[in-house]
Design a protein around this ligand. Sequence first.
Ligand code: AKB
Length: 305
Amino acid sequence: MNRILITGALGQLGSALLKHYHDKGIFVLATDIHECPKGLVYNYEKLDALNFEGLLDVVKKYEINVIYHLAAILSAKGEKNPFHSWKINMDTFQNIVDVSLKCKIERVFWPSSIAVFGKDSNLEYVPQNSLMNPTTLYGVSKLAGEKLMNYYFEKYQLDIRSIRFPGIISMDTKPGGGVTDYIIEMLNASKKGNEYICFLDKNQRLPMIFMEDVISAITLLMSKKRSVLSISSSYNIVGFTTTPEECLLAIKSNGINLKVHYKPDFRQKIANTWPENVDDSLASKDWGWSPKFGLDKTVKIALNG
Ligand code: AKB
């Protein structure tokens, strides 16, 4: 039986994974840098993943054998203080690797991102193995993590698994400083009856995925025997692709007359270097990935949730 530790557990992905495993009756320990939120029903330890000794203590104390390392600074926020972002993203990664080797952790999940790609990646439809010249510090740190997970697997057989996530759509937590956050902000504005100022161009196409598909993908990948995985790096996946304008149309088709103003800012420059779509056929072939939620279904659920 698995005993799971999640870092960054109060974030967008962490909260959803926490609920998923808790509801399944699997032991899961949530950790994050914040004080335990009032009324939280999960096992919780306040822990900064930069604190190696603290991490080691918690892993030993709770007899953890699987880690989901989600603590990270995202793309747009990362650009505000690149040195700090590198430290958070890479030193915590190294701590997780070190603790995992010391405590013989069986499996680690670590999310990568479409931010690993860049202008030379055939952005209309990025293959699994593409040229990768990321433009953000976040993208550089994710690419470094991908190289390291391969290295640690070859050198120590440390089983780290990973997915390159597109923009993740969920309504339960606040957006966390990403370029793809516009879609969540637009959906929230629709629910509140506010106007929305979009920081991307109305025709900027980006890949997206609904949270339920994210949870299916992660749990599927983590459930497979290592021998079915043909790469020891990160897999491309996509739910659907959309632009702000298409998203607005989908919102309007639910009877909501949202007004959107377009004022592209520095995030548009980042989006210009990100994929419009990615080829996720290797994930389908190796571990059976297949998305269930398109734009219309996602928008409908998000608006009614
Ligand atoms: C971001 O926009 O930074 C993230 C991502 C695509 O990794 N949502």
